[in-house]
Design a protein around this ligand. Structure first.
Ligand SMILES: [Zn+2]
Length: 122
C-alpha cells in the first residue's frame, strides 16, 4: 500500500490515486476518509496497512494526477530523511528522492529542501 505524510505529519494512504487520511483507529482496523473534505468516500485497512479490508466507496471528484501524488510522496520522504539524517544537506536528500520520479525535476527538489534548510541549523 502506498502511503504519504500529511502536512501535519500524519500518515495517509493512497488507493487508486485517491488520498485518504486517518479517520478512526480501531483494534483490528483503521478507517480512512478521502482527503477531499467534500467527498464522503471511506475505506478500511488492517492496522499494519498491508491489506485493504473494505475498498473505497464512490468519490464525487476526479482522482489526482500522478504528478500531484508523486509530489506528496516525495514531500513525505524528504521530511522523514531530513529528520533522520541531520548531517546530510536537505537539498541532497531532496535531489535523490526527486530522481526516482520522472515528473519531478531539480526545481521541485529545491522547493522541498527549502523547507528544511532553516530547521536543520538549530
Ligand atoms: Zn474522494
Amino acid at each position: 500500500m502506498e502511503t504519504f505524510t500529511t502536512r501535519k505529519g500524519k500518515t495517509g494512504i493512497i488507493i487508486d490515486k485517491f488520498r485518504f487520511k486517518k479517520d478512526k483507529e480501531h483494534k483490528q482496523s483503521i478507517s480512512w476518509r478521502c482527503t477531499n473534505y467534500q467527498c464522503k468516500s471511506r475505506c478500511t485497512t488492517d492496522v499494519q496497512l498491508s491489506e485493504v479490508l473494505s475498498f473505497p466507496t464512490a468519490h464525487n471528484h476526479e482522482p489526482e494526477d500522478d504528478r500531484t501524488i508523486q509530489r506528496h510522496q516525495v514531500r513525505g520522504a524528504v521530511k522523514r530523511k531530513a529528520e533522520e539524517s541531520v548531517h546530510e544537506r536537505p537539498l541532497k536528500i531532496a535531489c535523490t528522492e526527486v530522481q526516482c520520479y520522472d515528473s519531478l525535476d531539480f526545481n521541485d527538489a529545491k522547493c522541498y529542501a527549502s523547507r528544511y534548510t532553516v530547521q536543520g541549523k538549530k
